[in-house]
Every structure is written in structure tokens, then in C-alpha cells.
Design a protein around this ligand. Structure first.
Ligand code: NDP
Ligand code: ZN
Length: 354
């Protein structure tokens, strides 16, 4: 079968022929329909996965997938069910409390591998196998957009955890700010617009720009970080009750403390490399304390978030995805899907159609 991989030492995706996987006991065989590409995939290709799958000098890419069950292999699925795989897997046969209680997203390093990210092959292939409890069924009519379930689930978890930190008092948030106009930032802005009176999205681009168009079509206000850094946003737009950090720019979590309104919370999902810079730690400390502010870091998501993401996906407008999906390619011609320029929002590799 065809698979798109990154090889050790290489920084370009490559199409290879590899044997179709055989489902083990308790696993189903899934024919992949579509796989989305995000900032994480670009990182994986640029720097290589932290760990290659055991015994291999390459890793199959992709973690945002949708497919159709082709061989149920004794699992509870039916042939033809549309499913989305979750990303984390047990790293070994050792006891694993995080997986046992359906919270693999809370498993520390060493207690999980991530398909297509580190330690396990991903989903950018004609077929995958997955344990029954690592697949989530979605309605057939959502099949084309099923590759958005995983990224939306990331934000479902981030929002859940941030809100949980505000659950001890009567919190009535009105203003939300998304940092980052990548695909994750834009889809999250769309998720927040029902709930917040005012939504803002921060980028660093000049107009005209397709992502700024999406921000404005969603009813949001575009903020340019070159003109208004995050810590100065309260002077211009007022303090933000909720901030969602999805740039991976390491100053943003720090600046967010000052960008928040009293009692506000910032959910941090962006990932950055090492970067030393000076901060006023004293003011940061005081600001967090005297205004009851919180920063919540969050990674990955579990089945509950996937299920919530399916409901969210159903409620989001169709036009949004028409604008977000900028490239659809076949596996034989993936290069355009890995271009990361200002015209690209979400690229999708299509292996098959229903
Ligand atoms: P993208 O790279 O597509 O988007 C990041 C966006 O942030 C880009 O549009 C970029 O703008 C913008 N940006 C970067 N720096 C600044 C800045 N200083 N000011 C304003 N805008 C800025 O990534 P994704 O949307 O796919 O993902 C967002 C982040 O979330 C990434 O860091 C990714 O690694 C992380 N992630 C984390 C997950 C988790 O579980 N915690 C899961 C998935 C993703 P421009 O394009 O103009 O450079
Ligand atoms: Zn992703």
C-alpha cells in the first residue's frame, strides 16, 4: 500500500510502498479516506520525530485522519462504519493507569506514544489498524470533514481544562482572544464565537490575507501582534476573559498574563523550542496572584473530547471548512500539501472517497 513517511535525517515527506498492516486481536482494519496536516506535522518533518517507531528508520506521518472500517476482525464495529482514530497508544504491555481510565491524554512521557508524532506510525497510508477503543465512530455525512475531529478535540480539551480552573466561582466571560491564525486558531475562534460577546484573533500578517478574511467572516476582530503585542491588548480592546494560545511563540504565555482581565484564564496549546529572554518575574507573579489569573497548559485529547468534537463539527458552518481547506492532494502528489505559505490554511491528503 501507499504511505507517506519521513525518513531519519530527511526533511521532505516521501511516498513509499509498504505492506498493508494485519489487524491483531482486538484491532480493526481501517481504510483511510482523508488525513489533515497541521503545524505539528511541519515540526515533525523539519526536526524528525523525537523517537522513530521501534525497528524502523522512517515514520508514517499524519495524526488527523478519518477512515472506513474494512475488516471488523471481531470488534464491535460494522464494515463501512466511519471512524476517526485517536492519537495516543500504549508504549508497551506494562500496566498503564492512564489508558485504563481512558485518560491517555494525561499520560506523562514514557507512558504513551503518539501515532505520526513520536514513537508510532501515523495514519497517512491507505490502511491502518487500531485497537477498538482507539477509534471513535462519526456520522457518515461528516466523513469528508472527519479529519477535523482530532484538531477540534484538542480545543475541546483545552477549553474544558481552562474552564475547570474557573469553576469555583461565578465566572461570566465575555471577551475571548485566540493567539494564532493557523488552522487550529481559526477553528477554535469559530468554536468560541457562540459563547462570547466579542472574539479576537491575533496574527502577524498584512491584508489582504485569507486567514484575516476568515476571522472577520466569523465576526471577529483581527489584532496584529506587530502593532499590538498581547500584553498591550487591554489598553486597546479591554482585558480578555479567555485566551487560547496557538502560535507556539514563547513570549505569548507570559504576555497573556497581562492580556487577561481579572479572573481570566489562558489555555496554552502552542509548542515552542528553547528560547531564553528576559521577563519581569515579579510583576508576572503579582499579576497572577492579585487578579486570580490562571495559565493552563494542555496537550492531546481523549475519547470524550473526540465525541464532543463531533457535535461541534456538526454545528459549525459549512462555509468555514470550504475556506479552511485550501489544498486537497492525492498520495502520489503530496508536495503541495506540505507547502506552508500564507495561502495555505489546511491541507488534506485524500487516499479514497466513500
Ligand atoms: P500553525 O503553524 O499553522 O499556526 C500558527 C500561527 O501562529 C501561524 O498562523 C503564525 O503566523 C502565527 N504566529 C506565530 N507567531 C506569531 C506571533 N508572534 N504573532 C502573531 N501570530 C503568530 O500551527 P497550528 O495552527 O497547526 O497549531 C498551533 C500551535 O499548536 C502549534 O504550535 C502546534 O505545535 C500546537 N499544537 C499543539 C497541540 C497540543 O495538543 N497542545 C495539538 C496541535 C497543535 P504566520 O503563519 O503568519 O507565521
Ligand atoms: Zn494536529
Amino acid at each position: 500500500m501507499h504511505a507517506i513517511v519521513v525518513r531519519r535525517g530527511e526533511t521532505e515527506p516521501e511516498l513509499i510502498e509498504t505492506p498493508r498492516p494485519e489487524p491483531a486481536d482486538g484491532e480493526a482494519l481501517v481504510r483511510i479516506l482523508r488525513v489533515g496536516i497541521d503545524g505539528t506535522d511541519h515540526e515533525v518533518i523539519e526536526h524528525g520525530p523525537e523517537v522513530f517507531p521501534p525497528g524502523d528508520e522512517h515514520m508514517i506521518l499524519g495524526h488527523e485522519a478519518v477512515g472506513v472500517v474494512e475488516d471488523t476482525n471481531g470488534t464491535d464495529y460494522q464494515i463501512g462504519d466511519i471512524v476517526v482514530p485517536t492519537v495516543r497508544r500504549r508504549p508497551d504491555d506494562e500496566p498503564n493507569e492512564y489508558f485504563d481510565r481512558d485518560e491517555p491524554d494525561m499520560a506523562p512521557t514514557g507512558y504513551h506514544v503518539e501515532c505520526g508524532i513520536s514513537g508510532a506510525h501515523g495514519f497517512m497510508a491507505e490502511y491502518i489498524t487500531a485497537p477498538e477503543d482507539r477509534l471513535v465512530e462519526i456520522p457518515r455525512r461528516l466523513a469528508e470533514l472527519g479529519c477535523f475531529v482530532e484538531p477540534i478535540s484538542i480545543s475541546e480539551k483545552a477549553i474544558e481544562h481552562a474552564y475547570a480552573s474557573r469553576s469555583a466561582f461565578d465566572w461570566s466571560p465575555e471577551q475571548a482572544l485566540v493567539l494564532g491564525n493557523g488552522s487550529l486558531g481559526l477553528v477554535t475562534l469559530a468554536m468560541l464565537r457562540q459563547e462570547f460577546e466579542e472574539i479576537y484573533c491575533l496574527g502577524r500578517r498584512d491584508r489582504p490575507d485569507p486567514t484575516i478574511d476568515v476571522v472577520e467572516e466569523l465576526g471577529g476582530t483581527y489584532v496584529d501582534s506587530r502593532e499590538t503585542p498581547v500584553d498591550e491588548i487591554p489598553d486597546v480592546h479591554g482585558g480578555m476573559d479567555f485566551i487560547y494560545e496557538a502560535t507556539g511563540y514563547a513570549k505569548h504565555p507570559i504576555q497573556s498574563v497581562h492580556g487577561l482581565a481579572p479572573n481570566g484564564v489562558a489555555a496554552l496549546v502552542g509548542i515552542s523550542g528553547p528560547w531564553e529572554f528576559e521577563i519581569d518575574g515579579g510583576s508576572l507573579h503579582t499579576e497572577l496572584v492579585v487578579h486570580n489569573k490562571a495559565l493552563v497548559g494542555t496537550v492531546n485529547s481523549n475519547e470524550r473530547h473526540f465525541k464532543r468534537a463531533i457535535r461541534t463539527l456538526r454545528a459549525l458552518p459549512e462555509w468555514l471548512f470550504e475556506e479552511l481547506i485550501t489544498t486537497v492532494v492525492t498520495p502520489e502528489n503530496v508536495a503541495p500539501a506540505f507547502v506552508d505559505d500564507d495561502e495555505q490554511i489546511k491541507a488534506v491528503v485524500e487516499f479514497d472517497r466513500l
